[in-house]
Ligand binder design. Structure first.
Ligand SMILES: *Cc1c(COP(=O)(O)O)cnc(C)c1O
Length: 380
């Protein structure tokens, strides 16, 4: 092998990204936001595993002005992928990232006086104002200033002429709970913060608080900008009319008949109660599928739901296809997504796996070497 030969290999499992579903979800969000509310899509963690440059590229075409990522390296990945919008860095900047961030038009979220001072110094060196989003912890107990610190922050901002407050923000702890009163307390606190800043002559710029759940369930949380992530990628209990963007698919390697009493997979967790037909599928926990879905989840083959039997292995899993006629090796298997009239959503897998749809997307989308991405819905 010189390394120059063209090596062909069959792809055994892959995710598909449906950009027309993304467009649908964005349009739904836009319609509900109404005029005057800016949408700042969250594309952190490689767009929740969907592929940040591609998702961001589509959102740029749909007219967004700013995107949010978690860290500076994600922002750089987007720049290298040709995304030229201002990028909001939700987890803030560290160490020596500030200079390059300003050059690249990245806006950090700031949550300590030191960060504001560094931005001011870096801005002064370059004779440019450094845009920042000031984050308040109104009840999430994570990043952000406490309201008790507001006098100090106002003082620091006054002494930082090279810092431009481009936005003021907070984040909700309990927004997907329709009957939450905690979110109402957070809103009251946030409104008070905005009022104090304004009365002290600090123009807050873009005021934003809503993640997807708050956006759909609590319209009073919209202010003049919103930060949806999940809702762009798929339906959730608070927004069922959205469409899933990601599918995860694989193929059958072997179809076999086993007699009653034969066990399937590691640990012999499944013993055939009768003669059965088993399909061996070319995907496992090494490909991002959850091992805890062993003997729990279903897949779709030939438009029919088939239960996983036995343990999910690293790169294989086994399903009962006794009730599906004509199953043969190489048949397509849908582990997440739809086929025919059946659909397996991320929420369904998440509930069975004891997690949330976010983690399903992040894991299935985590390993670019183990899958190809097919783009569907390009036309239209
Ligand atoms: C991830 C994140 C969001 C988006 O949350 P979703 O629930 O996916 O809509 C918004 N704001 C912040 C600060 C985040 O970290």
């Amino acid at each position: 092998m010189t390394g120059r030969e063209k090596v062909e290999a069959i792809v055994h499992n892959w995710i598909e990204i449906d950009l027309s579903a993304l467009r649908h979800n964005f349009a739904e969000i836009k319609r509900r936001a109404g005029a005057g509310v800016e949408i700042i899509p969250v594309v952190k963690n490689n767009a929740y595993g969907h592929g940040a440059p591609i998702i961001a590229g589509e959102l740029v075409r749909l007219g967004v002005r700013t995107l949010a990522v978690s860290k500076m390296d994600e922002a750089l990945t987007l720049r290298r992928g040709g995304i030229n919008l201002p990028l909001l860095v939700l987890s803030g900047l560290e160490g020596n990232e500030y200079g390059d961030a300003l050059e690249h038009n990245f806006m950090p979220v700031v949550f300590s006086p030191d960060q504001i001072e560094v931005c001011n110094m870096v801005g002064r060196d370059r004779d440019r104002r450094f845009p920042v989003h000031v984050k308040f912890d109104t009840g999430m107990g994570r990043l952000g200033f406490m309201i008790s610190e507001i006098d100090k922050i106002i003082e620091v901002l006054r002494k930082s002429p090279y810092v431009q407050v481009d936005g003021v923000m907070t984040h909700f702890a309990d927004a997907d709970n329709r009957s939450s009163t905690h979110i109402l307390e957070q809103l009251t606190c946030f409104e008070r913060i905005i009022k104090i800043l304004k009365s002290e002559g600090i123009f807050p710029g873009r005021i934003h608080a809503s993640n997807s759940a708050a956006f759909f369930l609590f319209p009073q949380s919209h202010f003049n900008a919103v930060r949806p992530g999940l809702a762009l990628y798929g339906p959730a209990h608070f927004a069922p009319d959205l469409k899933p963007v990601m599918s995860f698919k694989s193929r059958i390697l072997q179809v076999k008949d086993i007699p009653a009493g034969h066990s399937v997979g590691y640990g012999r967790t499944f013993i055939a109660p009768r003669a059965m037909r088993i399909a061996v599928v070319s995907a496992g926990y090494g490909d991002g599928y959850f091992r805890c879905l062993s003997n729990k989840a279903e897949v779709i083959i030939r438009g029919v739901r088939c239960p996983i039997v036995g343990r999910v292995s690293m790169n294989l899993l086994t399903v009962d296809v006794s009730h599906v006629p004509d199953v043969v090796p190489d048949d397509e298997v849908v582990l997440l997504g739809s086929q025919g009239h059946e659909c397996i959503g991320a929420d369904e897998l998440a509930e069975k796996a004891g997690t949330i749809s976010y983690e399903i997307y992040c894991r299935l989308g985590a390993n670019p070497l183990k899958r190809i991405v097919k783009f569907t819905g390009e036309e239209e």
